[in-house]
Each structure stands twice: as structure tokens, then as C-alpha cells.
Design a protein around this ligand. Structure first.
Ligand code: SF4
Ligand code: SF4
Length: 477
């Protein structure tokens, strides 16, 4: 079949259980199962990544005139939080350049599934760390230094280079993508929020996987001549959430039963899966609190706080105070308030057989829709206010006086600030509504009686509403 015929055929739409298997479109299947698919996506991002490191390390120290700052913290961040995660889940991880070099070195191959012995000591990741706690603390560390990172190109360049080197080191020591699965600070929140996306990779028929597993071949785990075993150390046959599938497409290539599909599905389907974990619960708190902190520091009227967070005048004490405050809010105060709300939920519902701790961990997932909405609302402000810096840095990425595309002298101007509230208010309202609906679903997961379950959501819903009102006040005054 020619390419033109395949394009004309388009996707064969076959809705099953409310899902559409995109692989029924032969062209897409051919692309995704091609060995060079991931490489083709990584190549351009790797080019920009190297440029970002070079401009960060050697370009002008003026943040808004440096390609590294503008492309990472305005363009990439906005794309990630507003489009890639809400629509594609972990799609960023398919094209991420950070682990690319390490993975190629470990595999001794860039594209082909060579079957060579991996260049790695092949250690197993320590059992106590097989969770996202390392990612939680790594994200918190980056968040604490975020104003410094966001304003100093040298720090951004060094940080990204550091990520790549740490990833390379871990590829040489540990099996597969231990860095992505357990360490990368970006991975934890992409994983948690990827449950919102209307896209999932799943087994078409889990029973086929079960029967095939009995043959001990397990190509999707061990790899074959067609592809590598799951780099994220998942068993694709039982995937029921997006959280730890990096959408690398290897299992689409290795599965001899062609039993894996890439599905379009309703938004937020994963959030209803009753797998609740404390490390993920904390990720939810960290993300929601960080969104509030960023909004206060970068958009709020308190320049003094921004100075503390930015190590203004080199004063260490106020900066340490700021870091301590952030840690206290994210790790103690916000979870503490949620714990109190869960305690109240238990009292109000008089539910038996369910502990406060269990309710606390489960209700923590209500921070996901609102947290993502808060990040989108924050990023809208950031993008509209600073988006006009993109054109000058494209022409003069290092800030050395170049004018490659004739746009170097484009003036800074905020884009349509009057439009912002009309976007931020609905985004936050939808986030809050989805969080409350999810809260009710979670209550039903734990409390069988309808009326009791409804009562138990009241404290968490009130808490989320208060938070939303606070954010609205920050954004639109
Ligand atoms: S987990 Fe991190 S390093 Fe790995 S692919 Fe995703 S964003 Fe990139
Ligand atoms: S489950 Fe499949 S697509 Fe997802 S990370 Fe593993 S091999 Fe890649």
C-alpha cells in the first residue's frame, strides 16, 4: 500500500468500551512500530537540548535575552503543562533528550535492537527506593531553587547538563531506565498528571497476555530481535494506568501477538483506578503547593518574597527561610490540612472499616485535576506576559548581538493581558469541578453507603474550593 493510499484511508474508527484503538490506522501503526520512531522524535529535541546547554553556559547572563531561559522555562514548560501532559500523558518522555545518550550507550545501539550485551553493570534498583520518593525530593530541591534557575542561564545550562550526566551514570550502573522510573524530578509529576490524558497504551486483551506469558517467551519484558524489553521495567500486559509507561513504543514492536494498542479514551480515566499510594499522594500535595508558591512569588505583588527566593543581594538567611517555608508547607502543612479534612470526612460519614490514613491517601488524588489546572493557569500568565521574548532569542540565542532571522530587536510586549482572566477562571473552575467529582468517586470507593460517601467529601471539597478562591484572587485580584 502506498503512503498516499494509507493517508487517504485514515484511522479505522472502532469504538470499544469507550476507547478507539489508534493502531487501526495502518500508517500510524507503521510509524510507531518502526525502529527509528523514537530516535526520529528525540533527534530534534536533542539538538535544542544541546543548544540550550551551550547558550546557558556561554551566552549572556541576562535571563530574558538568553535562549536557554526562554526556550526551557517559557516555551517548553508551557507546551508540557498545557498540551503534552493534558493531551498526551507521558508523550514528552517519548521524545525527551535527557536519557537519550545514556540509553544509547547502555544499549550500544542508537536504533536497532542489536541483542548485544548492555554496557552497564546491570544492578537492580534498590527495593526501598522503588517508588517516587526520590523524585518527590528531587522536584522539591529544584523547586526551592526555581527562581534562581529561572533567572540565571548558567544555572539552567548546568542543571540540564547535570541531569544528562546523572542519567548517563545511572544507565551505566543500573538496568534500563532506572533514571526515568525512579529519579528524574520531572518524571514524578508527568506520571501523576498523565492519568488525565485521553491517551493510553494498553493490552487489547489481557487474557491473551496471560496465556502468552505461560510460554515464558515474554518478549515485551525480555526484548527480542524486534525491540527492547520494556525500558521502564513495566509488564505491558497488566498496565492499567499511564503513570509508569514512557510511551516508548518498544512493546508495540516486540509483542508477537500484536496485543497492544494505543487508545483514545475519556479524559481522566486513570484517576478512577483505585490504586492509591502515599508517595503519589505526596506528589499531588507537592505539585499543588508548588503551583501556589510559584504564583505568589512570580505573579504576586510581594517583590520582597521574590528577592528572598532569588538570593537577592546574596543574602543567604532570607533564602533559607524561604526554602524552609516551602518545605514546611509542602511536606507538613498542606498534607496536615488534608489529613484533618480526612479525619473530618470519617467523622461526618461515620464510616466503619476505613481508616483516616486510607481516606487521606485516597483523597490526596483530588489534588490532581486542580493541581494541573493551577499549573495551566499559572503558565498562561507566564506565557502571555513573557512570550514576546521568544522572537529576539531565536535570532540571537547567545545574546551576542546576532540577528539570524531579523527578529532580534522585537520589543517585549505582554500579549492580550485582558484575555487572561477569561482563560484562567474557566481553567480553575473546571479543575475544581473535576476534583470534587473525583473526590465523590474516591469516597464511593471507600464507603459503600451513598449518603455517607457524599457527606465525607464535604471537607475536602471545601478545602479545594478555598484553595481555588485563593488562586483566583492571586491571578485576577
Ligand atoms: S522521565 Fe524524565 S528523563 Fe526520563 S524521559 Fe521522562 S522527562 Fe525525560
Ligand atoms: S509499556 Fe511499552 S510503551 Fe510503555 S514504557 Fe514499557 S515498552 Fe514502552
Amino acid at each position: 500500500m502506498t503512503l498516499a493510499t494509507e493517508l487517504r484511508r485514515g484511522p479505522g474508527i472502532d469504538v470499544k468500551d469507550g476507547r478507539i484503538d489508534l493502531l487501526r490506522w495502518p500508517l500510524l501503526k507503521r510509524i510507531l512500530t518502526h525502529r527509528a520512531f523514537q530516535f526520529a522524535l528525540i533527534l530534534p529535541t536533542l539538538f535544542f537540548f544541546v543548544l540550550i546547554i551551550l547558550t546557558g553556559l556561554f551566552g549572556t547572563p541576562v535571563g530574558n535575552a538568553n535562549f536557554a531561559i526562554i526556550s526551557v522555562w517559557i516555551v517548553w514548560w508551557a507546551l508540557l503543562i498545557m498540551l503534552l501532559i493534558p493531551l498526551g500523558g507521558r508523550l514528552w518522555c517519548t521524545m525527551c533528550p535527557i536519557p537519550a545518550v545514556g540509553e544509547w550507550v547502555q544499549r550500544r545501539s542508537v536504533v536497532s535492537a542489536s541483542g548485544r550485551r548492555p554496557l552497564s553493570l546491570g544492578w537492580e534498583w534498590p527495593k526501598p527506593l522503588r517508588n517516587i520518593w526520590v523524585q518527590n525530593f528531587a522536584f522539591l530541591a529544584v523547586a526551592a531553587f526555581s527562581v534562581i534557575i529561572l533567572t540565571r542561564p548558567l544555572v539552567t545550562g548546568a542543571l540540564l547538563l547535570g541531569f544528562m550526566l546523572v542519567a548517563l551514570g545511572l544507565f551505566l550502573l543500573y538496568q534500563r531506565r532506572a533514571f526515568c522510573r525512579y529519579v528524574c524530578p520531572v518524571s514524578g509529576f508527568i506520571g501523576l498528571y498523565s492519568g488525565v490524558a485521553p491517551l493510553e497504551l494498553r493490552a487489547a486483551d489481557p487474557d491473551v497476555c496471560l496465556a502468552h506469558c505461560g510460554t515464558r517467551a515474554k518478549e515485551c519484558i525480555k526484548g527480542s530481535a524486534q525491540g527492547f524489553g520494556c525500558p521502564w521495567m513495566e509488564y505491558p500486559g497488566t498496565l492499567d494506568r499511564n503513570a509508569y509507561c514512557g510511551l516508548c513504543s518498544e512493546c508495540l514492536k516486540t509483542c508477537p501477538q500484536a496485543n497492544l494498542g494505543l487508545y483514545l479514551r475519556p479524559f481522566g480515566a486513570d484517576l478512577a483506578v483505585p490504586k492509591r499510594r502515599l508517595d503519589e499522594a505526596y506528589k499531588g500535595f507537592i505539585m499543588l503547593t508548588a503551583a501556589v508558591f510559584y504564583s505568589v512569588v512570580m505573579l504576586g505583588p510581594w517583590g520582597q518574597i521574590k528577592d528572598w527566593a532569588n538570593l537577592g543581594d546574596g543574602e543567604l538567611l532570607p533564602f533559607l527561610g524561604y526554602v524552609a517555608l516551602m518545605a514546611a508547607f509542602t511536606l507538613v502543612l498542606v498534607p496536615g490540612v488534608f489529613y484533618a479534612a480526612s479525619w473530618l470526612a470519617k467523622r461526618l460519614s461515620a464510616a466503619r472499616g476505613v481508616s483516616v490514613r486510607r481516606l487521606f491517601v485516597a483523597f490526596a488524588y483530588t489534588t490532581v485535576p486542580l493541581g494541573l489546572a493551577a499549573w495551566i493557569a499559572f503558565s498562561l500568565s507566564f506565557l502571555f506576559t513573557n512570550g514576546s521574548y521568544v522572537l529576539p532569542v531565536l535570532s540571537d540565542p547567545f545574546g551576542w548581538g546576532w540577528n539570524l532571522f531579523g527578529t532580534a530587536n522585537h520589543e517585549w510586549t505582554p500579549y492580550m493581558p485582558q484575555l487572561l482572566p477569561y482563560l484562567q477562571v474557566p481553567v480553575l473552575a473546571v479543575g475544581l469541578a473535576l476534583s470534587v467529582v473525583l473526590g465523590h468517586q474516591i469516597a464511593r470507593e471507600n464507603i459503600s453507603d451513598h449518603a455517607r460517601a457524599r457527606r465525607s467529601v464535604i471537607p475536602v471539597a471545601a478545602l479545594l474550593t478555598l484553595l481555588t478562591l485563593g488562586l483566583l484572587w492571586l491571578y485576577i485580584g
